[in-house]
Design a protein. Structure first.
Length: 462
């Protein structure tokens, strides 16, 4: 690999990855605003229209680890062409959708492309940026994620006010065509990897079934009890597929990517810390909007302003944290970030009916800064701990950990909330008081989860 050519063109390579990352996160955040409009047009129930989101998420989580392994053989040029083509095809399908079923199918096609973008972004950055700038590059990718999340809701509101909802998907087409053009123009400078490693079908299918059925089971826990046949049936399927996957991985002849990756202490510590922080953050993702609307009686526009705090601070702080990690390492920054997040979650656990807007903002700022300070150095530490031939796989595992952590966190926090709500229901008839009482222990549980992640930040190399 000609390192001089790669270094001279690193920002061109980055721009291709950045466009894909921005497009996929923008599409996820912008669509939430349009769901009521889509439900009305197709005369669909909330349960049905929710599959527009759920099918997208399940497809992504089931494919990212496979795609990370696949890119080892095919290279980043193929990967980004694949991602843009599928995302464009899915967007066109969504624009032309005449029924909710076709729209959901279009979202699945989109998700195939998005899974590729999310799986390989950190791997690409680690490949084209030198070691001394790895944190900076990953911070820039996080910045694009934040930009997509920030831009989506207000842009969606403007589009729905003046145009049909199909325009939300149509705006992906020119952006995707630019990304596809840049991929064709610049990525021929990156050589195709020389490897004889095969993509073994048994390992690929088993890990996909494990993640798909496990994530779907977790998503159903808030609606069904653990003894419901849907939940435990999916969990049994997930566990069985996981056993098949580990059996396949233990044999070098059939391994998808091998288990050696997880024997790497630096990699494993960073991975566990990432899963724990996303489990903790899931509680805020689910319950803070409900707190703001049901307890504080803020309108949707005001709630949106509160919720934009996190991606805004990620946009500002994550690149700075990444640059600093290039100089001083990841251990100090990940530890400080996790502790700051822990403190922020504790403050959130004190929110009540009379809490001022200024204090709520302070809580959200502290929590968001903690996440931003932690995220980039941790990702840089994980990606820097593997050999060049495992970067694409590690990138897919990292992306999967985020989705799995959020799925687990949502399932646990909603179940915990329901448990405490049933306990406190006999003592109060006021729904606001009941929500606050049930909300507090959920935030404390999230705080404890984040605190458990601190040793995994400390027990790594500088």
């Amino acid at each position: 690999m000609n390192s001089d050519i790669i270094l001279r063109n690193k920002y061109r390579f980055f721009s291709v990855g950045a466009i894909g990352t921005f497009m996929s996160t923008l599409d996820g955040s912008i669509l939430n605003v349009a769901l009521p409009t889509i439900a009305n047009e197709f005369q669909s129930s909330i349960d049905v229209v929710a599959w527009v989101i759920l099918a997208y998420a399940l497809t992504i989580v089931s494919l990212m680890m496979i795609f990370g392994t696949w890119v080892e053989r095919k290279g980043y040029g193929f990967a980004y062409k694949f991602g843009y083509i599928f995302f464009l095809a899915g967007s066109l399908t969504c624009v032309a959708a005449g029924s909710i079923e076709i729209l959901i199918a279009g979202r699945v096609i989109q998700a195939i492309g998005s899974a590729m973008f999310q799986a390989i972004g950190p791997g690409l950055v680690t490949t084209v940026f030198p070691k001394r700038e790895r944190g900076k590059g990953i911070g820039m990718i996080v910045m694009m994620v934040s930009a997509g999340l920030m831009t989506g809701p207000p842009l969606g509101g403007v589009i729905l006010q003046h145009f049909p909802w199909q325009i939300i998907f149509a705006i992906n087409i020119p952006i995707g065509l630019v990304g596809l053009f840049l991929t064709s123009r610049y990525f021929k400078l990156l050589p195709i990897p020389e490897t004889t490693h095969r993509l073994h079908l048994r390992g690929a299918v088993s890990i996909s079934v494990t993640l798909l059925s496990g994530t779907l089971a977790l998503s159903l826990i808030s609606d069904y009890s653990l003894i419901n046949i849907r939940v435990w049936g999916l969990l049994i399927l997930s566990g069985t597929a996981l056993v098949i996957f580990f059996k396949s991985e233990s044999n070098p002849q059939t391994a998808l990517f091998g288990l050696d990756l997880f024997r790497n202490r630096q990699f494993t510590n960073a991975l566990i810390a990432a899963v724990l922080i996303f489990i903790a953050l899931a509680s805020t993702i689910v319950f803070i909007p409900f707190y703001l609307e049901r307890v504080k009686n803020y309108g949707p526009q005001t709630v949106g302003l509160f919720l934009i705090i996190s991606p805004f601070l990620m946009f500002i702080v994550a690149p700075l944290s990444g640059k600093l990690s290039d100089r001083i390492g990841s251990r100090f920054l990940t530890t400080i970030g996790m502790l700051t997040l822990t403190f922020g979650l504790y403050l959130l656990s004190t929110l009540g009916e009379t809490t001022s807007a200024e204090f709520i903002i302070l809580c959200l700022v502290i929590t968001s800064v903690g996440n931003a300070v932690f995220n980039t150095p941790n990702s840089s530490s994980l990606m820097g701990s593997v050999t060049p031939d495992k970067r694409a796989v590690a990138s897919g595992v990292l992306a999967t950990s985020r989705n799995i952590g959020i799925a687990i966190g949502v399932a646990l926090s909603t179940s915990l909330f329901a448990f405490f709500e049933s306990i406190y229901a006999s003592g109060t008839t006021d729904p606001v008081t009941l929500f606050v009482k049930s909300f507090h222990p959920v935030m404390l549980a999230a705080m404890v989860t984040a605190l458990i992640g601190v040793p995994f930040c400390l027990s790594r190399k500088k």
